[in-house]
Design a binder for this molecule. Structure first.
Ligand SMILES: [Mg+2]
Length: 391
């Protein structure tokens, strides 16, 4: 596989919403296109960065795209002349010091995504099929390869109001659209407001176990333990990021006191950080949920290292529930047999819903089997590649 071109642009994906920690008004993302030539022809791979960490234009332009463009063909191929994602990863990470995982992990992740998309298209396979073939699918009674549980993430704080009625409407639309669970934001409003929003969602869901909450790390301060206790008493599906992402001591305290499952990891960007999370965060294998995001953490290759470390400590692939709602996570969850796919259900942005070839039935996504990642089949996402593909 020869790299013919690679380009990127930063796009604005801001919305009038917020979580407990930040406003999402000025959010950006990186759109990436990589054109490759293989023995099967020319193919264009697309990547679109994850949500919540801004675009990676400078890093892509200054380091990672030039490194990919400079690679000799054999640096990307295995002994059979087939594209080797692990070798491509090594090309991207050449001359990068270990540790300090922050923004570059997102730049590598989105570029690697475009390579997987191109590689899968060259093999005439969906990425989920290629991942299952490359790394294997979990063998258990859960959904078969190509299918995965899917849930709706929403209940953001609107910058104009904190309306429990709006949360109920969003939850209803999510369940009507076939999603398995509904997750809403907490920790960014007074406790009484948050509890009203939660109970509005529970009333729609019919059971608290079908509702989860996400505090975005904002319930680790003094006086927050009573708020966490109140959330614990709700009987929710899970409590997400109760404390700051790197506060492993605080997290261990939560794991010791909360009966509810804890979900965390979306701000953990490497195998080394994931290992520290599992060693020192007090999390409970089989009960808690790991939400590391492949696009924010160097892509599939590094994610498989995280999975292998977790499995060596008694965790299952089904305990992984990747953050954000992007097409890469959808295909990884369906192809590898991870726990569930998150998607924003109702706002119509690039991380909302699924592509037009993917069906959602009774909480399960039956993922598009078109070659690649299906970005071309998701107009709310594909529109961000305008201009990039023409160049
Ligand atoms: Mg979250």
């Amino acid at each position: 596989m020869q790299i013919l071109s690679a380009s990127e642009k930063t796009v604005s994906i801001g919305s009038g919403t917020a979580n407990a920690a930040i406003s999402l008004e000025n959010m950006t993302a990186s759109a990436v296109a990589v054109q490759v030539e293989t023995k099967n022809g020319r193919f264009t791979g697309l990547g679109f960065s994850s949500y919540g960490r801004y675009g990676h234009g400078g890093l892509l332009r200054e380091r990672f795209i030039p490194r990919l463009r400079a690679a000799q063909d054999q640096e990307l191929l295995d002994g059979n002349g087939t594209f080797d994602p692990e070798k491509a990863w090594a090309v991207l990470m050449k001359d990068e010091k270990d540790g300090g995982h922050g923004e570059r992990s997102g730049a590598v992740g989105v570029l690697e995504m475009a390579l997987w998309d191109a590689y899968a298209k060259s093999q005439d396979m969906p990425v989920w099929g290629l991942l299952a073939e490359t790394f294997g699918h979990i063998e258990d009674p859960g959904p078969a390869v190509g299918k995965c549980p899917i849930y709706a993430s929403g209940g953001h704080y609107l910058l104009s109001s904190d309306d429990a009625g709006g949360v109920a409407d969003e939850a209803k639309r999510s369940f009507d659209n076939g999603y398995a669970y509904f997750k809403l934001k907490v920790g960014g409003a007074p406790e009484s407001t948050d509890l009203a929003r939660i109970h509005a969602a529970i009333e729609v869901a019919g059971s608290p176990s079908l509702v989860a909450v996400d505090a975005n790390g904002m319930l680790g301060g003094e006086g927050s333990s009573s708020r966490l206790d109140a959330l614990d008493r709700c009987g929710l599906g899970w409590i997400e990021e109760p404390v700051s992402p790197l506060d492993f001591n605080g997290l261990a305290g939560c794991a010791g006191s909360l009966d509810t499952s804890i979900a965390t990891g979306e701000n953990i960007f490497s195998e080394a950080d994931a290992a520290n999370l599992l060693l020192y965060g007090g999390l409970r294998a089989g009960k808690d949920k790991l939400q590391m995001d492949p696009l924010l953490s160097y892509g599939v290759i590094e994610y498989m290292r995280m999975i292998q470390f977790a499995e060596s400590r008694g965790w299952s692939r089904r305990d992984f529930h990747p953050h954000a709602g992007h097409q890469m996570a959808l295909h990884m969850v369906a192809g590898l047999g991870l726990g569930s796919h998150e998607t924003a259900s109702v706002h119509g942005g690039p991380f909302s819903g699924v592509d037009e070839g993917t069906r959602i039935e009774n909480g399960i996504a039956i993922v598009n089997d078109a070659p690649g990642l299906g970005i071309e089949y998701k107009p709310s996402l594909y529109r961000y590649f305008d201009g990039l593909l023409a160049g």
